[in-house]
Design a protein around this ligand. Structure first.
Ligand code: URA
Ligand code: CA
Length: 432
């Protein structure tokens, strides 16, 4: 008979745990037979002693198997999922889904709302009038087989072990442990049915991982877990020292996604989609090399097939596909207010977190689950790091339904730094 006290002691002393011991902990904590105090010290022991790749693989699988698991086997082809470790104004999912689907990769996207500066992918899609994600699993699977793309809202009881452990980590100072973060993220991807996973690990001021070293460690840990449990997993480390693209806000990001699918998107956002999309095509065995993958992606942007497919997705799920040609059909805010620069110089830093807070103050995101999002509002940056700016020129434009946006204006002016020296734009992709 296993006893939790022995498992705790073994980890405390830095010894490697077995599959049985890790499953004993995950199952026991989920069903309530292991109390919070034992789970707390166990998490702290992991925080200090870390975990081997094998241990992380067992932890990931045990959490993935703790609740419902989505069975995507009725969908033909290799199902590739992308995961981004968060950031501000990250519109990549909206672009990548139709982009890779247009190249033949089945996209069975399960998506959530979540808390944050802007809504999740679901909220963004719901900025398109009529679009709904409450579809049955049967319709979801049928639509992916027909159209290569569908988006469904998260339902059911996915990874309850992770939910319970994440809440405990939050109050025991054990969130920032790489083995725990890596297994938490990977367990959710596995439960959602992915055959292959492409990870976009963000680094910089606006990211969960602030330093390149930490980001690399997290990426390595997740890739090792994925391969340990038999899923083709690769990672890119990308810059979040400033927001991606120009738009932060739900409808504003949909518009930016449409522009990117038209081939007129911001350079950084377009490039990141090409890099991640290439990895997805390779993982799905739809391309022979990075160059081949990139050229396929560029082709479906140029010939309009990716945008066309985005329209078909919208139509299939109840929305008006005309928005892909007329983004002005999306909800629009009542006021547009310029945020003027206070001095002349070069933009040297844009604190993505604070820009996110400014967008949230306008109503673009939720602080609590009950908050209602204003889909029309947000921020469109006019300057990025390295750009020159004159005193009084707009750094950003607020799209708002409140006439008084002083708090957001001040936040942006305080957190978009301007220096006298010329500044180099940061590189977007740090490592592949
Ligand atoms: N995101 C997750 O899903 N899990 C973590 O542990 C940290 C960030
Ligand atoms: Ca953006």
């Amino acid at each position: 008979m296993l006893r939790m006290v022995d498992v705790i002691q073994k980890k405390r002393d830095g010894r490697e745990l077995t599959k049985e011991e890790i499953e004993f902990f995950v199952n026991g904590y989920t069903d309530g037979s292991i109390p919070d105090y034992q789970a707390s010290v166990f998490l702290m022991a992991i925080y200090f002693q870390k975990m081997t790749t094998e241990e992380q693989g067992y932890l990931t699988m045990a959490m993935a198997e703790s609740g419902d698991q989505i069975d995507l086997s009725a969908i033909e082809g290799i199902k590739v999922d992308k995961h981004s470790t968060g950031g501000v104004g990250d519109t990549t999912t909206l672009i990548l889904a139709p982009l890779v689907a247009a190249c033949g990769v089945p996209v069975a996207k399960m998506s959530g709302r979540g808390l944050g500066h802007t809504g999740g992918t679901l909220d963004k899609l719901e900025a398109i009038e009529g679009f709904h994600v409450e579809i049955s699993t049967e319709q979801f699977i049928e639509q992916v087989n027909d159209l290569k793309i569908a988006v469904i809202g998260q339902s059911g009881n996915l990874t309850p072990a992770d939910k319970k452990l994440y809440a405990l980590r939050d109050v025991t100072a054990t969130v920032d442990s790489i083995p725990l973060i890596a297994s938490s993220i990977m367990s959710k991807k596995l439960a959602a049915g992915a055959d292959a996973i492409v990870l976009d690990v963000k680094t910089g001021a606006g990211a969960f991982m602030k330093t390149l070293e930490d980001s690399k460690q997290l990426a390595d840990a997740m890739v090792a877990i994925g391969n340990e449990v038999g899923r083709n997993t690769s990672a890119v480390i990308s810059d979040m020292s400033q927001p991606l693209g120009f738009a932060i806000g739900n409808a504003l990001e949909v518009k930016e996604a449409i522009e990117t699918l038209q081939g007129n998107g911001p350079d950084d956002l377009t490039e990141l989609c090409l890099v991640l999309g290439s990895k997805m095509l390779l993982a799905a065995n739809k391309a022979e090399s990075e160059e081949d993958a990139r050229s396929q992606l560029q082709t479906v942007i140029k010939n309009g097939e990716a945008l066309q497919l985005f329209g078909e997705l919208i139509k299939a799920q109840g929305g008006n596909p005309e928005v892909t040609k007329h983004p002005e059909l999306l909800p629009q805010a009542q006021y547009q207010i310029e945020v003027p620069a206070k001095t002349t110089g070069y933009v040297s830093a844009i604190d993505a977190d604070e820009v996110g807070v400014a967008a949230m103050l306008l109503g673009a995101g939720r602080a609590t689950k009950e908050d209602v999002i204003d889909l029309a509002v947000g921020i469109v940056l006019q300057k990025k790091i390295g750009d020159s700016v004159k005193e009084g020129e707009a750094l950003a434009i607020l799209h708002t339904n409140k006439q008084d946006a002083e708090d957001s204006i001040k936040l942006l002016q305080d957190h978009i730094s301007i220096t006298q020296e010329k500044i180099q734009a940061p590189s977007l992709i740090h490592t592949r």
